[in-house]
Ligand binder design. Structure first.
Ligand code: ACO
Length: 215
């Protein structure tokens, strides 16, 4: 009898490629062997990442030491197998360059989740996050069967707001003192997208509007 590894309809999966100025963007499940590049990029890009990410326990250096990844990765994959999460690595031309995570997947009458992401500084401004988000959203509204995906973003984070707008997210309001980010409670804009608002595929729309191409 085949063993059941996952109760998650869209997991594990390899998604993409979608071609943007930065290269061919693909998504795949995070893996233990990401430890090296994950730690190197997260330590190198601290100034770029820390102002936008939830405050963690301990120093940035300790939290992003190569030895921290196995426990983090194993926890993410365990949540994925239970159907609660979709923790993906973003690759550009086959190189690890960030993460995109669908979390708090709720089924039943909500069929909703949140999405969050980061991309290494040296590939910024070349469409990588926009492509990764489009590919993820198509997976959420397709194989995952979700109805709504939401995201929260600091009002000061203009690049991330541009990325969210690029794929069709619509603003729903301001959440005051919402999340402890970079050591303080911070306001966040709530944005959302439902499957009813997506005409066809999000990635297709990027291709039609000249922002991306099918590889
Ligand atoms: N003001 C306004 N827009 C800007 C600025 C700026 N200062 N700088 C860049 N942009 C725009 C670009 O013009 C582009 O928009 P366009 O496509 O309409 O021209 C957009 O920001 C960037 O788009 P991409 O190239 O697809 O995104 P990129 O691969 O550079 O990644 C990201 C953006 C994810 C925000 C990256 O800079 C990052 O990881 N930042 C640090 C962590 C972070 O902020 N994560 C997101 C937290 S919020 C969340 O997860 C929902």
């Amino acid at each position: 009898m085949p063993r059941t590894w996952s109760s998650h309809p869209g997991w594990p999966a390899k998604l993409g490629p979608l071609t943007v100025a930065g290269g061919n963007v693909t998504l795949r499940p995070v893996k233990l062997r990401d430890a090296g590049p994950w730690s190197r990029l997260r330590l190198r890009d601290r100034d770029h990442l820390e102002p936008w990410e939830p405050t963690g326990e301990g120093s940035w250096a300790a939290r992003h030491h190569i030895s921290s990844w196995p426990a983090l990765c194993t926890g993410l994959k365990s949540e994925a197998r239970k159907g609660h999460m979709l923790p993906m690595a973003i690759e550009v031309d086959g190189e690890f360059c960030g993460q995109i995570t669908v979390g708090n997947i709720i089924r039943g009458a909500l069929k909703s989740a949140w999405i969050g992401y980061w991309v290494a500084k040296d590939v910024n401004g070349r469409g990588v996050a926009t492509a990764a988000l489009a590919i993820s959203l198509d997976h959420c509204f397709g194989p995952l069967g979700l109805h709504r995906v939401e995201a929260t973003v600091r009002p000061e984070n203009l690049p991330s707001q541009a990325v969210l707008r690029n794929v069709g997210f619509r603003e729903e309001g301001l959440l005051r003192d919402y999340l402890d980010v970079d050591g303080r409670w911070r306001d966040h804009l709530l944005v959302a997208l439902t499957s009813n608002e997506v005409q066809g595929s999000v990635a297709d729309r990027l291709v039609r509007t000249g922002r991306a191409a099918w590889a």
